[in-house]
Ligand binder design. Structure first.
Ligand code: ATP
Ligand code: MG
Length: 238
């Protein structure tokens, strides 16, 4: 796979999980929109033909809300690699919403990403799906050792015993770090997805704080704190 030669100037954030409905599009759309408040961002939807992120972007565009956010699609790994190469010249961040299956495109996302987010809910089915993905992540690490993949807990209920037990089990079984920020179950997440909005444009302050905290933590992992002056002048928004 000719991805390592790709000139990557953008920070690339993949969102991957093999279990459908885990929250990939929720995280991809909200984090992309949050980052685009300060930076040029492209969100590439690879989960076709479903295209949740692309549909969300189309509603957003109709409502004149694109700002610094650009939406693209890629139906296979070659198209994805070409688009990442193209957009990495101009974008500060590229987010990739992955498909719920192990395929060349999932491997390409893992290898190209500076940081891969793995949404996970406290359910056995999601944890089984993650352990399948874990083998693929291990393989990707052989291709590009620094591939950084981290779990993001979604629909998290921190008071519950099962949430703690799942978190401990994942920690024991998989050598995958977990981000501290997590998303709890909030109707706001489905309300905004359907309207082409992100939670920063909605009235649920808890959801907004969760996404802002997650975005700041992601940016810190990438050495790109939103206020940090790490981007070259040509890519910074004037
Ligand atoms: N934390 C949350 N609280 C409430 N609803 C949520 C939360 N996370 C996701 N959802 C809802 O669950 C559904 C599935 O989430 P999402 O589309 O983000 O998952 P996905 O992994 O992209 O799924 P798919 O396989 O369909 O692409 C959506 O309707 C979304 O609005
Ligand atoms: Mg999706």
């Amino acid at each position: 796979m000719d991805v390592q030669q790709t000139a990557m100037q953008s920070k690339i954030i993949g969102v991957v999980q093999l279990k459908g409905g885990a929250g990939r599009s929720t995280i991809a759309t909200n984090v992309a929109a949050a980052l685009s408040q300060q930076f040029p961002v492209t969100l590439i939807d690879c989960d076709l033909p479903q295209g949740t992120s692309a549909s969300w972007g189309a509603i957003r565009a109709e409502n004149g809300r694109m700002g610094n956010l650009h939406i693209a699609t890629a139906s296979d790994h070659r198209e994805l690699i070409d688009k990442v190469r193209e957009f990495s010249r101009t974008q500060a961040f590229i987010l990739i919403d992955g498909p719920p299956r192990v395929a060349e495109i999932t491997r390409a996302i893992l290898v190209m990403s500076d940081l891969c987010l793995l949404p996970l809910g406290a359910s056995a089915a999601e944890i089984w799906a993650l352990s399948d993905l874990y083998a693929t992540i291990d393989e990707a690490r052989r291709d590009r050792y620094q591939a950084d993949a981290r779990i993001v807990w979604n629909r998290y209920r921190k008071q519950t015993r099962s949430a703690r037990e799942f978190s401990d089990a994942v920690q024991e079984e998989m050598a995958l770090p977990q981000l501290q920020s997590h998303l709890s179950f909030r109707v706001a997440y489905s309300d905004v997805l359907a309207r082409g909005l992100w939670v920063g444009e909605w009235h649920d302050q808890t959801a907004k704080s969760e996404i802002n905290a997650l975005t700041a933590e992601i940016a810190a992992c990438l050495g790109a704190g939103p206020s940090a002056d790490i981007l070259s002048g040509s890519r910074r928004i004037k």
